[in-house]
Design a binder for this molecule. Structure first.
Ligand code: ZN
Ligand code: ZN
Ligand code: ZN
Length: 107
């Protein structure tokens, strides 16, 4: 158990320590508010990882590094721009949204 930074995946024993230490990704660490076990998905591309560190330190084909999805992991997933429903995050993030760009998950 512990608290994780959503930008770099580093683990801390308390939230105060996390939010008051500088993150190598820039600024201070930011608290990850999603689930803490099982698998993690990138909110930009839907790729699955077994740990937050691996997710935040790999390049995302959508640009930059992967960013953790912090919403419900049970599905279905909804686009926060148009409300369309998907059974998996990969499908959601790889389909065009009529609001512009690709769909983005509601968290
Ligand atoms: Zn960090
Ligand atoms: Zn990604
Ligand atoms: Zn959409």
């Amino acid at each position: 158990m512990g608290f994780y930074c959503k930008k770099c995946g580093q683990q801390f024993n308390d939230i105060y320590g996390l939010t008051h230490a500088s993150c190598h990704k820039g600024g201070y660490h930011e608290l990850y508010t999603g689930h803490e076990s099982g698998t993690y998905h990138c909110r930009k591309c839907g790729q699955q990882f077994s740990d937050l560190y691996g997710l935040t330190h790999a390049m995302c084909h959508k640009g930059g590094e992967h960013e953790p999805y912090t919403g419900n992991e049970m599905g279905p997933y909804h686009c926060r721009k148009c409300g369309q429903q998907f059974s998996d995050l990969y499908g959601l993030t790889h389909a065009m949204c009529h609001k512009g760009g690709d769909h983005e998950p509601l968290e």
